[in-house]
Design a protein around this ligand. Structure first.
Ligand code: F6R
Length: 366
């Protein structure tokens, strides 16, 4: 049942080329400049009437929501708020008939997310569910549904569901951006072309994991780790830290790279592993200067950067290269080394990877 893999988590990590391909099928026509969502059928008029988007979810799905905010704000130019479901449902959110509330849930059964969805509906919002389970409670409650086609996710730690959620959020942003005229044809076309390459690029990354195994073994004995990045890299850093905590029980924190000096820079001492994501061109130089700050404190720095970025090796102890792609697509690739680092660190520490302590696959109680 694990298809030759030692754990479901590893099997599911390796299923990502397929789950990404399946989630694109029919939605990213090869010769088209845009995205098709026949299940939505939204119109220009409808989209002109939406002035605010709320994205609500828990855990890993919440992290996908943070990426979704960047996508929707930058490509479709609509203000987006991202909320943790257990906060949203109790904070009297300012949701109304001109809002769209998007809930993201792999299982479609998470109780806080379902309650948040009901609250958004009660306040008059349009609602859309992004979920992996057909016929789930959340899919039945929402006005509309876009499915991720990750296939069943058995491991408690979410991997392939997360990347398909990122993909759906990007496709939605392209779709809405075209309807609202905020995204030009040439840029949409470039993104769509980039998407077609992603499954093969993931495959390529997953072929070459020896270096990651070595790093994971090395920092498996650490008690703390830090993940830094700016912009979309920060959103991915949050997920990297959660993955590591969940399955290896190494304490991990993600920081927006520029925020570290406003916080616990004092914890960055000799030998502490710091994973720095540096895939975003607009903030690249700033990120590299943050990298140098932690290096100056003798942290053990692993950078995640695009192939061909030769300069970063001067500053980091190690570099994990990911295939080149558009900045918006980078999260789909950059998270893979983080999933694998978490997996192999957990293995080194003898943890039960598929069933981490105190965690349920689907949280149906508050
Ligand atoms: C993390 C993880 C959890 C879930 C969260 C939401 O690996 O599995 O954080 O992401 O419980 O679950 P869903 O997406 O089913 O609503």
């Amino acid at each position: 049942e694990k298809g030759g893999f030692e754990h479901f988590m590893l099997k599911e990590i390796y299923e990502q080329p397929k789950s990404i391909r399946d989630t694109m099928t029919g939605r990213v026509p090869k010769d088209s400049h845009g995205i098709e969502f026949t299940e939505l059928g939204w119109t220009e008029e409808e989209m002109a009437g939406i002035n605010k988007i709320f994205i609500v979810a828990c855990g890993t799905a919440y992290h996908a929501g943070i990426v979704g905010k960047y996508y929707l704000e930058q490509l479709a130019r609509i203000p987006v708020e991202v909320d943790i479901a257990s906060e949203f449902r109790y904070r009297s959110p300012l949701v109304d008939g001109n809002s769209l509330t998007i809930v993201i849930s792999q299982s479609g059964e998470t109780s806080d997310t379902l309650a948040a969805l009901k609250e958004a509906k009660r306040l008059g919002s349009r609602t859309l569910a992004v979920t992996n389970v057909v016929g789930s409670s959340i899919s039945r409650e929402a006005d509309q549904v876009v499915y991720t086609y990750a296939g069943p996710e058995i491991a408690v730690a979410s991997t392939k569901a997360y990347t398909t959620q990122l993909l759906v959020m990007l496709m939605l942003a392209i779709y809405v951006g075209r309807l609202r005229g905020t995204l030009d044809i040439a840029k949409a076309h470039k993104l769509v072309e980039g998407l077609h390459d992603i499954p093969e690029q993931i495959h390529k990354l997953l072929e070459n994991v020896d270096q990651i195994k070595v790093f994971a073994t090395r920092y498996g004995s650490s008690e703390d780790a830090f993940f830094l990045g700016r912009s979309l890299d920060y959103a991915v850093a949050l997920e990297g830290a959660l993955k590591l905590k969940e399955i290896s029980y190494i304490h991990a924190e993600a920081y927006a790279a520029g925020e570290l000096k406003h916080g616990t820079l004092a914890l960055i001492v000799e030998g502490v592993p710091v994973i720095v994501l540096a895939t975003q061109p607009d903030v690249y130089d700033k990120t590299v200067s943050n990298l140098q700050e932690v290096k100056a404190r003798e942290a053990m720095v692993i950078a995640i950067a695009f192939e061909g970025d030769d300069s970063i090796a001067k500053y980091a102890d190690h570099v994990i290269f990911i295939p080149r792609t558009d900045k918006y697509l980078a999260p789909l690739l950059a998270v893979l080394p983080l999933q694998l680092l978490a997996y192999y660190a957990a293995l080194t520490r003898g943890c039960d990877v598929d069933k981490p302590r105190n965690l349920a696959k689907s949280v149906t109680v508050e």
